[in-house]
Design a protein. Sequence first.
Length: 417
Amino acid sequence: MRPILIIGGGITGVTAAVELAEAGKEVVLLEKESHLGGNVVKMHNYFPKLCPPACGMEINYRRLRSNSRIKLLTHSELRSVTGAPGNMEAVITRKPMYVNDRCTACGDCLEVCPETRSDAFNYGFGHTKAIFQPHPFAYPRKYEIDGAACAGPSCSKCVAACSYDAIQLEAKEEEVTLEVHSVIVATGWKNYDATAIEGLNYNASPDIVTNVEFERLLSVSGPGKGKLARPSDGKTPSSVAFVQCAGSRDRNHLHYCSAVCCSASLKHALNVSELLPETKISIFYIDLRVTGRNEDFLERVKQKPAITLNKGKVAAVKANGEGEALQVTYENIEAGKKETRPFDMVVLATGLVPENGLPLQGADEDGFMTTTMPPGVYPAGCALRPMDVSASVKSAASAAVKAIKPSSLGIDISAEQ
Ligand SMILES: Cc1cc2nc3c(=O)[nH]c(=O)nc-3n(C[C@H](O)[C@H](O)[C@H](O)COP(=O)(O)OP(=O)(O)OC[C@H]3O[C@@H](n4cnc5c(N)ncnc54)[C@H](O)[C@@H]3O)c2cc1C
Ligand code: SF4
Ligand code: SF4
């Protein structure tokens, strides 16, 4: 049997890859970034157990490393896929990383590189050198060069500093054609554009951040190295507001519920109360959608005196200038009136939108993949709809079964996804 192509190396794609490979199938795992893990590796910790993502991912990386059936293509994107299940052809573009597999991540090149770039992994909080390792637990463990930031062959300081002959400044984009059996789409999600939500004024202050940025601000591998600080002045926030449904369940933005942002904000509130017990935390919500094992969070949050839950939609967030508190105006449903309260930081629980951009048909009106994709193409995880890690893992296993046997298309197992 030809290999199964998996597009997207987040938790969904990696799970599908190891499950298939351990069942004896050849797999090609395609990832557009230089490293695996998708959005999960950017998190401070993850529910329900609140363990650091590095632990969970490390188990998968070990399974992946020890299985020669998995071919990993990072920095790669699908250009086209044609053919019928069992007999498909995929054309892939591999972008240059300028650093080859001889890299040992020793870091000698960092000291000599004169160029810097915005730290994309940390959403622009801080800078890295033009040659960098995306984050300390990146897999594969090697450096890369940002071609847009690098001064090029006229500089070559890193080449001279590297004892392993790992840097190839002249590397070029390549095209690869693969014959594959079937395709799993695990391209996941990205954050809804917070600047589009007018009243919430995301751009008005560096202290108004999105929920994904907040993950990095909390993280030990983030800009604050585990100490939460206000981006504007580095001070410890004495109050933090969480604005739920920022863009979600709103017919002007995303009409659907993004499913995980209530649990994510409860997690963040607990994180803050553990890091900074004196900080006052308020969550503003329409209704809190927390199900299954995450209901425990709600109970834990309710027991924390520093956390208040406020039923009411936030109408506006205002920034009054440097050093001044942010003002959050919301409709207090219980009191039946509008109220405005000051906060040091505001976290927008921004919704999830699909991150696909693939040359494939079969997405719904919101861009999520559907179960009516072209034959032989099986979507999984957040490419299908917003879902948590545990649901993504189940969805990956379900897609893996379908991808092995395209002939089983007649059997409706879509409810398992
Ligand atoms: C603020 C926040 C906090 C969260 N916290 C938790 C939590 O604590 N616990 C929990 O269970 N869930 C949490 N979630 C949900 C969790 O992030 C998702 O369940 C998980 O990321 C889904 O994994 P995925 O692999 O489907 O998608 P992703 O993590 O998005 O991975 C998709 C991968 O595909 C790659 N890709 C995309 N397009 C292409 C392409 N065209 N070609 C090649 N590669 C591509 C991406 O680079 C990425 O590596 C949270 C979500 C948010 C918004
Ligand atoms: S590119 Fe060379 S110098 Fe830089 S981290 Fe890799 S092995 Fe070390
Ligand atoms: S060649 Fe590019 S990456 Fe290497 S040292 Fe110069 S600027 Fe940095």
